[in-house]
Design a protein around this ligand. Structure first.
Ligand code: UDX
Length: 429
């Protein structure tokens, strides 16, 4: 029989909610705390403030063991473990802003019944040492500390949590590592135990290498365009080499989201702070910045000018299967297009209106077809599956000019050209 633990989860964002719901699914008793009363009220009424497939069902199914609160005492009452799941957004220097982490650590003062504090938030290497010192100074020297980074991807987070490629636990003592490991009993994945700093580095290195793969294939895509090769064929065959693998070789309009941009910049700054310049990662970031701008340049080359042109953006979130707009390529495209004097129309099934309105001066449409009406060009930004089922023949008839840049290589070039489109993909002849 595996022991049931009482867990306090700090932060009800993408990571905190998934962590809390999944730990409850494993049988533990979980209290998730967030400082935002509106978010907590929503969760208590059975709603989920974010869109993450399967999360709502998981929360509902485990409601006996999973509660939400703003109250600190209620969160810590009887807790054996505290999970830090708050966000660490970029600060003005590019280093991760740890203010929310520190406020959680401070709030643990006096919680002498805790057995361990675990860090899920992505933090710079060395943070664990500082947290350790803060815990010691706050009378919690007997409480263990572990870095337990999270590798779930949005859109598949619940599945990723329960079936991970690995569970990384960085702890300075065996008892804490064993406690965190045992907490995950029932999770289908190997446990890898190491020291705290290495675990902190694993998270940053993994994200940086994934981003590197994408930037690499995006550069090869550009070269394919210049040489007449087809990057889709290239990526398929390159990915069959088991040493390279087929994943994260999809060319596109650049990577975005809440992790890659922030974590790659944070890793770069972490290196700079030690006096070392991470040249490869700097190039990876720069290639990504250029990739976003190249999309607008392609339209400009095709249309001659963007001034006065109506451009439809299809898909706004940083990837399909999420409502997350953080660092989405669409935001860069929209602001570049507006700066060029274009009129921007858009469609997305999940992006929250409040996050779109500040940068799109024009209308957001209910369907892709409506967004395409009267457009001089369109960019397929996010590969929502719905975009495969658009009435593209009908859309060609109502667009002012059927110019389409498929920024995700979602559609069939020959088929689209047969419908009369001036079709441009990424790295395809
Ligand atoms: C990522 C990591 O995958 C995850 O392990 C980590 O915990 C958090 O960061 P996420 O940001 O949710 O997850 O999404 P992911 O699926 O990795 O995509 C990131 C970005 O890369 C998206 O903008 C996506 O469109 C882009 N991408 C991904 C590509 O352009 N090509 C690819 O082949 C894969």
């Amino acid at each position: 029989h595996k022991p049931v633990r009482q867990v306090a989860v700090f932060g009800a964002g993408y990571i905190g909610l998934v962590t809390g719901a999944c730990l409850a699914e494993l049988g533990h008793r979980v209290v998730v705390r967030d400082i935002d009363p509106a978010k907590v009220a929503l969760l208590r009424s059975g709603d989920v403030p974010i869109y993450e497939p399967g999360l709502g069902d998981l929360i509902a199914r485990n409601k006996e063991r999973l509660t939400f609160t703003t109250d600190l005492d209620e969160t810590l009452h009887g807790a054996e473990l505290a999970y830090v799941c708050v966000d660490t957004p970029p600060s003005s220097s590019g280093d991760a802003d740890l203010s929310r982490v520190w406020s959680v650590v401070r709030s643990l003062e006096g919680a002498a019944h805790l057995r361990a504090v675990a860090m899920k938030s992505t933090v710079p290497v060395g943070t664990g040492t500082r947290v350790r010192a803060a815990l010691d100074a706050g009378g919690l020297a007997h409480v263990g500390y572990a870095a337990n980074p999270e590798f779930t991807a949005e859109g598949t987070a619940v599945h990723d949590f329960l079936h991970p490629d690995r569970i990384v636990i960085g702890a300075s003592d065996e008892a804490t590592a064993a406690l965190i490991s045992e907490l995950h009993e029932g999770v289908d994945g190997p446990v890898v135990v190491m020291d705290v700093r290495s675990a902190e580095m694993v998270k940053l290195a993994s994200n940086a290498l994934l981003a590197t793969k994408i930037s690499f294939i995006n550069e090869i895509a550009t070269l394919c365009e210049k040489t007449g090769a087809d990057v889709e064929e290239v990526a398929r065959a390159v990915g069959l080499d088991h040493r390279l693998g087929p994943h994260f070789l999809r060319p596109g309009v650049g990577w975005g989201g809440s992790c890659f941009p922030k974590d790659s910049e944070a890793l770069r700054q972490l290196a700079s702070n030690t006096g070392y310049h991470l040249q490869l990662l700097s190039a990876v970031i720069e290639v990504n910045n250029l990739q976003k701008r190249r999309a607008v340049q392609k339209l400009k080359d095709e249309l001659g000018t963007l001034t006065g042109m109506r451009v439809a953006l299809l898909g706004l979130t940083f990837k399909p299967g999420t409502d997350d707009m953080r660092e989405a390529t669409s935001t860069v495209l929209a602001s570049r297009l507006l700066a060029e004097g274009a009129e921007v129309r858009c469609w997305d099934p999940m992006a929250r209106p409040a996050e779109v309105e500040p940068w799109v001066s024009t209308t957001r449409h209910a369907t892709p077809e409506l967004a395409l009406e009267g457009a001089d060009a369109a960019i397929l930004v996010t590969e929502w599956p719905q975009l495969k089922d658009v009435d593209w023949a009908g859309a060609a008839a109502v667009m002012r000019r059927p110019v389409l840049f498929d920024g995700r290589n979602l559609l069939d070039p020959a088929g689209m050209r047969a419908l009369g489109y001036t079709y441009m993909g990424v790295g395809r002849p």
